[in-house]
Design a protein around this ligand. Structure first.
Ligand SMILES: C[S@@+](CC[C@H](N)C(=O)[O-])C[C@H]1O[C@@H](n2cnc3c(N)ncnc32)[C@H](O)[C@@H]1O
Length: 264
């Protein structure tokens, strides 16, 4: 082949490859911008990005990991009571999304036992490093730390019995995409559990963007193949809102009601 033909071939290959390399990130931004609106932050904990009328909060940095382990949490959040509500069984696979320092991961690991597993997902590698260090120190082997991204928790498809999100969902930069990915990871009938500070209660001393109303959580889950199972209002400050993954048949059948309840 002559040099001029070789150069022409090389240019053609480059022209074909370069758009393939660069199309993915702009596509994500485009998809996001149709769903999300940018504006002025309305709260010190707000990001200025809005989804379905709610301002997404900023992400709590790993520098605040000590706050997650504060002893007052026992009284404020009653973790034992929360875990009882989840009906956990030995052998279950539970995903602790936004695991932080592992406050709940280690408690969950005890409940699911050595035959079960806790997939501790976070987007900050520093949080996962804290979890790994604690695993080593306490000889815990049934936790798997996973570095997720803002849109992908990197979970095995159809491999999870229960997804727990304690004080996390309101931080998701891409709540729609994360919810889709979490549903993909659930087994049929698997549960998705939100534990969010009650925005309806002004006495709960948390920044507004870090609190959610039950109505807002349910509105944001409405586009997804999920069935609301129950909302439990038995913790001092937080809602516990439980959804179940719909099976394919029920997803396309508006007549199939399913269990709905609101517990006090
Ligand atoms: C307020 S902390 C709560 C930590 C833990 N759940 C607890 O209750 O102790 C929120 C955590 O969610 C993580 N996070 C935010 N967005 C996330 C996402 N898209 N996927 C996974 N983790 C995320 C943050 O990095 C942070 O560690």
């Amino acid at each position: 082949m002559r040099w001029s033909s070789r150069i022409a071939c090389l240019l053609a290959v480059l022209l074909l490859c370069v758009p393939a390399v660069y199309t993915e990130p702009p596509r994500i931004v485009e998809r996001a911008s149709a769903r999300y609106k940018m504006g002025t932050p309305t709260d010190p904990g707000g990001s200025g990005k809005f989804y379905m009328g709610r301002e997404i909060s900023v992400v709590m940095g790993h520098q605040g990991a000590g706050w997650l382990e504060r002893p007052e949490r026992e009284k404020e959040e009653q973790p034992k009571k929360l875990l009882q509500m989840l009906d956990l069984k030995p052998g279950m696979v539970v995903a602790d999304i936004g695991a932080g320092s592992g406050y709940y991961s280690f408690r969950l690991a005890e409940k699911v036992g050595t035959k079960g597993k806790v997939l501790a997902v976070d987007i900050q590698k520093e949080m996962l490093a804290i979890i790994r260090k604690r695993m080593k120190k306490n000889k815990v082997e049934n936790i798997e730390p996973i570095l997720g991204t803002e849109t992908d928790p990197k979970l095995p498809a159809g491999g999870v019995d229960l997804v727990l999100m304690v004080d996390v969902y309101h931080e998701f930069a891409f709540p729609y995409e994360m919810t889709e990915a979490l549903i993909q990871a659930l087994k049929p009938g698997g549960r998705l559990v939100f534990v969010e500070f009650r925005r309806e209660d002004e006495k709960v001393p948390i920044l507004l963007a870090h609190k959610m109303t039950e109505k807002q959580v349910r509105a944001e889950m409405a586009p997804h193949p999920l069935q609301h199972v129950k909302t439990i209002e038995a913790l001092p400050w937080q809602h516990v809102i439980i959804f179940e993954k719909k099976d394919k048949q029920r997803r396309n059948d508006p007549a199939s009601g399913g269990a709905r309840a609101h517990c006090k």
